[in-house]
Design a protein around this ligand. Structure first.
Ligand code: MN
Length: 218
């Protein structure tokens, strides 16, 4: 994928140098490895990355899932952040008590994940928002969970700018979350849920509202 912003657009939170290594070397490495591994197989026929992730294991899964997770991570960030919509805040308050409590729980999950991995906000199969700690290349899409937000806590994500201070990296990154992207994932993925959009559920109403907003603005 192309980055949705310039290499220096997230400074000072994420430096150009970090982007050059993280996007230009680490992320690219996972993409190149995935392409090399699928070459000549049945997956080498314009199969979407999500389907490669869902239908692979071992070294191909590790690389494809990391390619997918990084695509998602960059999309979660923006140099022009807007606050979450009232409806998004409402869903968060429903499942975490308050927005402040959600922020604390999410950042704590990311800060305390042992080793390399990702912190996620996901919708589980019961349409409930959950925070998860996922190691290495693990990713919500293989559990029929809807990914909404992620933060990369592999050391390569922050070591140039923050050295070992993962917590400071996370608190700074929090200010760059693209809440519009977070909300858009509910529409993008809800059909992947085991029981999509239960009738009369709060989420179903929300999806209808988002789809209506999309129609109005496009
Ligand atoms: Mn990374």
């Amino acid at each position: 994928m192309d980055l949705p912003f310039a290499e220096d657009a997230l400074e000072p939170v994420i430096s150009r140098e970090t982007i050059q290594y993280h996007y230009g070397k680490h992320h690219k490495g996972y993409v190149d490895n995935t392409n090399a591994l699928i070459k000549g197989t049945e997956l080498d026929d314009e199969v979407p990355l999500v389907d490669i992730v869902k239908n692979s294991d071992g070294v191909l899964f590790n690389n494809a899932a990391q390619a997918y997770n990084h695509n998602f991570y960059w999309m979660c960030l923006t140099p022009d952040p807007m606050p979450p919509s009232p409806k998004m805040v409402e869903l968060i308050e429903r499942d975490f008590g308050s927005f402040e409590s959600f922020k604390e729980q999410f950042l704590n999950a990311a800060a305390t994940l042992f080793g390399s991995g990702w912190a996620w906000l996901e919708l589980d199969v019961n349409e409930k928002l959950v925070i998860t700690q996922r190691s290495n290349g693990d990713t919500p899409i293989i559990y029929h969970h809807t990914p909404l937000l992620t933060m990369d806590v592999w050391e390569h994500a922050y070591y140039i700018d923050y050295r070992n201070d993962r917590k400071k990296y996370l608190e700074s990154l929090w200010e760059l979350i693209d809440w519009k992207f977070v909300a858009s994932n509910i529409i993008e993925y809800y059909h992947d849920l085991t029981e999509p959009c239960r009738e009369n559920s709060e989420l179903c109403d929300y999806i209808e509202m988002l789809q209506h907003e999309n129609e109005v603005t496009t």
